[in-house]
Design a protein around this ligand. Structure first.
Ligand SMILES: [Zn+2]
Length: 326
């Protein structure tokens, strides 16, 4: 309960630790890390997360308060692979004076992709391939054992439970994805957070902004993507909770100007969890919520017609609207 209350992000009060309290004080950057870290740590740890719901980790800069929290931590957990690009210096400095771990460290480099737009870096969004995130769970367990070796058995037991949950989750995602006809498994989002998701679960992924959110999408990118959506009659595109909505709305408008209506299929949690206490407030819940949203939108028949086809079908209704306007 305590751990759950503390992963809410920077807006939560700092945990009070009494003298003689031997729990390991942990600071994690993202909610995805904080959530699994709290579960693996159980009552042996106090976990805080720096980045709350809706926060974009690519652009996030550590505040003075964050630096204070990091300085007081016994263990710092971050994603690595340049996800926390604007925190590079702070994390490097922490690494020189305390136990600081990139949770993606144990993921085999051959399992990572380095798309050209990442300029030689790996794609950091590994949490969306549940099997890759299981390596992060193992890495966190090892960090706990090093920090608090007397309680190794407890960490091992809780990590095993989390790994078992993630194996179930991975199988569930596969099963749900298979409900969407293969030609409809195209995921259009504002930035390329879903590359590993697409590879693992059989979706073609088209992001407008490239891997990092640091570069804004240009008009040419919007037009090119819009033309493709209209041509292929892709039924839905998605907004992301940590990216301004206008990016994907620009695409929707450009598609409409080409005579095709694409639906906004809902909001996906890409680089941050949902609010604490909501279904997407945990790592498992975030993945489930995204998959439910994607399956519902891409399986919907409502949006796979051009504007003129839709007008034909709804002619009666349009007439009523015209009458009302007069
Ligand atoms: Zn991202």
């Amino acid at each position: 309960m305590l751990a759950a209350a503390l992963i809410a992000g920077a807006c939560t009060p700092e945990p009070v630790q009494r003298e003689g309290d031997t729990r390991v004080r942990v600071v994690a950057t993202t909610g995805m890390i904080a959530d699994v870290a709290a579960r693996i740590g159980g009552d042996r740890v106090v976990v805080e997360s720096l980045m709350g719901p809706g926060v974009d980790p690519h652009l996030y800069k550590a505040s003075a308060g964050d630096v204070r929290r990091l300085s007081r931590a016994a263990l710092v957990l971050y994603n690595g692979l340049h996800l926390e690009a604007a925190m590079g210096e702070v994390l490097e400095e922490m690494g020189q004076r305390k136990h600081t771990v990139a949770v993606t460290e144990w993921i085999d480099r051959s399992a990572l992709t380095a798309p050209p737009e990442y300029q030689g870096n790996y794609d950091p969004h590994v949490w969306f391939d549940v099997r890759l995130w299981m390596r992060a769970v193992q890495r966190i367990e090892a960090a706990y054992v090093r920090a608090d070796s007397q309680h190794a058995a407890g960490y091992a037991e809780r990590a095993a439970a989390v790994l078992s949950d993630l194996a179930v989750l991975d199988a569930w995602v596969r099963e749900r994805a298979s409900e969407i006809p293969p030609e409809r498994r195209v995921l259009v989002t504002a930035h390329d957070a879903f590359g590993y998701f697409g590879r693992a679960y059989g979706f073609e992924v088209r992001g407008l902004q490239g891997i990092s959110t640091a570069s804004e999408a240009g008009t040419a990118d919007v037009q090119q993507l819009a033309a493709e959506i209209a041509r292929r009659r892709i039924p839905a595109i998605f907004v992301e909770t940590s990216i301004p909505r206008r990016t994907i709305e620009a695409v929707q408008a450009a598609v409409l100007s080409r005579g095709f209506e694409v639906a906004i299929g809902g909001a996906l949690y890409s680089d941050a969890l949902g609010d604490p206490g909501t279904p997407a407030g945990t790592y498992v819940g975030m993945v489930r919520s995204n998959v439910e949203t994607i399956v519902a939108a891409l399986n919907s028949d409502a949006a796979t017609m051009t504007v003129s086809e839709r007008d034909e079908r709804t002619e009666g209704r349009s007439a009523v609207i015209v009458l009302e306007r007069q």
